[in-house]
Design a protein around this ligand. Structure first.
Ligand SMILES: NC(=O)c1ccc[n+]([C@@H]2O[C@H](COP(=O)([O-])OP(=O)(O)OC[C@H]3O[C@@H](n4cnc5c(N)ncnc54)[C@H](OP(=O)(O)O)[C@@H]3O)[C@@H](O)[C@H]2O)c1
Length: 333
């Protein structure tokens, strides 16, 4: 086994858009596991929009990423050496080890994964954190009913694709919003949404109104900005808005000026923010349901794979511009 570990550190905090200069690659000796600890060789790294928020030194739902430390993130990998009786070399695990090829974690911070039914990488996507987000955000806040219309933005992405497919299973009319014809075609033809609106085509309000002839009962918001403001104009009475993410604002230096709050008042809309960790003690229940749907072929899933840790910064920069098409991963081995 090689004795060196490559890591990507946060070198500086972005002002506006992330650049490659915000990161630094270093080679350091591979750490040895102490009592109760496990050495893992990472195989897949997940890139997620939340990472942009962590790069800012601001108060949020978790502390910010520290400068000169390994970039935060989830990985799946293989146990190399274990001082925790629950794990043995060769086991596959979900880890919080971040942007590095090897890492040492407490055994209590690792989750065993079953790769006999689905690939290991899916534990970073459809049956991982994004899948949990879709499941709990939709079922606990969106509460879709058969016959209702649901709109979901970033519809071809890791969270949006699962939200829309679950809402179809629940009997809704499902309308996606996505950037570009290729993504919209995929959303309708592969994911079987009823319609998908390309917000980059320049007619968002008219196109969304045409796609939602009975108005909107549930909006699952992943993007924010003009997309949320426009969707609010089409909401029905007693509609629900799940504020899951505001990716259009993450690189912005000024907050977006929302103009359609009146719709919340006159339509008695319930709008609620969500952070998936709030359902941490129920992940097993959601994972079991999602694995079932994936294995049964009822949920389709797409990955966008970049090869090599050195390319991870470019991957995150692209994700924040919509260059990914499906769940963004970095293949490390
Ligand atoms: N609240 C939670 O607990 C939680 C957990 C997970 C994720 N999230 C949020 O859920 C959202 C989706 O996350 P994901 O992991 O599923 O990512 P994703 O949808 O797989 O990828 C991000 C997508 O966002 C869109 N996008 C990126 N930059 C944009 C911009 N400037 N303007 C408009 N659209 C842009 C792009 O889709 P288009 O090309 O179609 O625009 C891009 O493909 C994010 O906002 C994320 O922060 C929240």
């Amino acid at each position: 086994m090689t004795t060196l570990n490559r890591q990507v550190l946060l070198a500086s905090r972005p002002q506006g858009a992330v650049t490659e200069d915000n990161f630094r690659l270093v080679d350091v000796p591979i750490a040895r596991p102490g009592a109760g600890e496990v050495l893992v060789k990472n195989e897949w790294l997940s890139l997620d929009p939340y990472m942009r928020g962590r790069m800012n030194d601001v108060k949020s739902y978790v502390p910010p990423q520290q400068l000169d430390e390994v970039m935060v993130g989830q990985t799946v990998g293989e146990v190399v050496e274990s001082n925790d009786a629950s794990f043995k070399p060769g086991d596959r695990v979900l880890t919080p080890l971040g942007w590095q090829l090897y890492g040492v974690a407490k055994g209590t911070d690792l989750t065993s994964i079953d790769t006999t039914r689905i690939p290991a990488s899916y534990y970073l996507g459809i049956v991982g954190m994004p899948g949990m987000t879709a499941w709990f955000g939709l079922n606990e806040i969106g509460k879709p009913k058969s016959g209702e219309t649901l709109v979901v933005s970033a519809a071809s992405g890791a969270v949006g694709s699962v939200v829309g497919q679950l809402a179809k299973i629940a009997g809704c009319r499902v309308v996606g919003i996505a950037g570009g014809k290729t993504k919209c075609d995929y959303v309708v033809e592969e994911l079987r949404f009823d319609a998908c609106v390309d917000y980059k085509a320049g007619n968002l309000f008219d196109d969304l109104r045409a796609a939602c002839p009975d108005g909107v009962d549930v909006a699952f918001e992943n993007v924010g900005g003009a997309i949320l403001d426009t969707t609010l104009r089409l909401m029905n009475r007693y509609a629900r808005v799940v504020i899951c993410g505001l990716v259009a604002e993450y690189n912005a230096t000024q907050p977006y000026g929302y103009t359609r709050l009146r719709s919340v008042l006159v339509n008695r809309i319930k709008m609620q923010g969500m952070i998936v960790f709030d359902w941490q003690d129920r992940y097993a229940e959601a994972r079991e349901a999602l694995v079932h749907y994936v294995v049964a072929g009822q949920l389709k899933y797409r990955e966008s794979v970049i090869v090599g840790l050195d390319n991870a910064p470019r991957g995150l920069i692209g994700l924040l511009k919509g260059e990914n098409f499906g769940k963004q991963l970095v293949k490390l081995t």
